[in-house]
Design a protein around this ligand. Structure first.
Ligand code: UDP
Length: 392
């Protein structure tokens, strides 16, 4: 099949953990690469940006990354123009696609524009939903929710990452259940696998004799990092925060970063909580393996790739009981949940867990085996089935 991915919001090759670059980019690249292994051809369309070297880049056998212009006053206008430019690109190059698959709601707006003029079905993965951000993070974005409602009606298929996301689409957006297909993301097990803790700490220049807690992700209010700072107040631990462009001035001016920093300073934790900045995937297995515990304190997670990666590295995890994490973690067995938003509960469970070496090792081992269920190769086959059903 000839497949077009639309990634208006962020170039999938942007370093991860910076601004909006996170799980969606990993999803797009992993899915594209698995589809290519099955013999399909994938063009990923994204916006032009300052770091790109060429407009069209071959990023793997059968996978191209194509940058298109998108000008306009706001993202809504730009996403429509992006769609129109995509139509132009298709016509100028006499291309034909069997399916358009949009990622995030702006790409879905572009996609709706495209399929008005180019005959092919449109599948949409939202990755996050405005209604859920409103409920769990208090972020109210009415135009976004309105746009998502329109997309739910117009798209030919909605791809949900979990049964929970399917239920949310039905409950909050009145989506037609028949349109929704659940395709669960996977993890690259060749990269994410367990390593020795001693070796990992030596390689990363981390102390061997300290308890290390690790957070990996975008530095965004939804990730609940302040809860973690609250929780570790009186504990003898080092906290490593991976994510964010720490070399840029704008990072340190970001309201969420300021909030976290103020919190750290007011608790006099400067020496023990470190912003390490964004790290590439190839380094993350070492970090997961070096940590005594990986913590994800999010107020909401639609899926939680970081947890899956940590599990694949046999790292013990503690996460908030939120969103799609309930599918990944079996409480007390493959990880531990704390009550979402409750830093006292997090503190209590952290203390207990750090004292129980045996439980940590057992949890990590079980998590490793559980993670083996989540593979992109099987999910790519499932996605192709959806595409075929749509394209007839
Ligand atoms: N990530 C990374 N380097 C960083 C921060 C994040 O590679 O510095 C990756 C992380 O490994 C994971 C993705 O970004 O693959 C985040 O996905 P997740 O589903 O956990 O969060 P989202 O960004 O979707 O909220």
């Amino acid at each position: 099949m000839q497949i077009a991915f639309l990634s208006y919001w962020s170039c999938p090759r942007t370093p991860l953990g910076i601004l909006s670059s996170g799980g969606m980019n990993v999803y797009i690249l992993n899915l594209a690469s698995e589809l290519a292994k099955l013999g399909h051809r994938i063009d990923i369309f994204t916006r032009e940006h300052s770091r790109q070297k060429n407009n069209i880049v071959n990023i793997g056998r059968y996978v191209r990354l194509i940058h298109l212009k998108a000008t306009g006053d706001d993202n809504y206008q730009k996403s429509l123009e992006f769609g129109r430019n995509l139509i132009g690109f298709i016509k100028n190059n006499s291309l034909k696609y069997d399916i358009f698959h949009s990622h995030y709601y702006y790409s879905a707006l572009s996609g709706i524009e495209v399929v008005k003029h180019v005959k092919a079905p449109l599948a949409v993965t939202f990755h996050t939903l405005g209604e859920m951000k409103k409920i769990y993070a208090g972020t109210i974005d009415k135009p976004r929710i309105e746009a998502e409602r329109g997309i739910v009606g117009d798209a030919d298929a909605l791809i949900a990452s979990t049964e929970l996301e399917k239920d949310e689409l039905i409950r909050y957006y009145q989506a037609n259940p028949e349109k929704i297909h659940v395709v669960i993301p996977g993890v690259d097990h060749r990269l994410f696998r367990p390593k020795s803790m001693t070796l990992s700490r030596r390689k990363l220049n981390l102390p061997q004799n300290k308890k290390i807690i690790l957070f990996v992700g975008r530095i965004d209010p939804v990730k609940g990092i302040s809860l973690l700072i609250e929780a570790v107040g009186g504990m003898q631990v080092e906290v490593l925060l991976i994510g964010g462009d720490i070399k840029s001035r704008s990072f340190w001016q970001h309201p969420e970063v300021k909030r976290i920093k103020d919190n750290i300073e007011s608790k006099k934790l400067e020496g023990r909580i470190k912003f390490l900045g964004s790290k590439a995937h190839r380094l993350l297995p070492w970090f997961y393996s070096a940590a005594d515990l990986v913590v994800l304190p999010s107020v909401y997670e639609s899926f939680g790739l970081v947890i899956l990666e940590a599990m694949a590295c046999a790292a013990p995890i503690i996460a908030s009981r939120s969103g799609g994490l309930k599918y990944l973690i079996e409480d007390g067995k493959t990880g531990v949940f704390f009550e979402s938003g409750n830093s006292a509960d997090l503190a209590e469970k952290l203390k207990k867990l750090l004292l129980s070496e045996k439980q940590l090792v057992q949890m990590g081992t079980r998590a490793y085996w559980e993670s083996q269920k989540y593979c992109w190769d099987k999910q790519a086959v499932k996605m192709v089935e959806v595409y075929r059903k749509l394209s007839g």
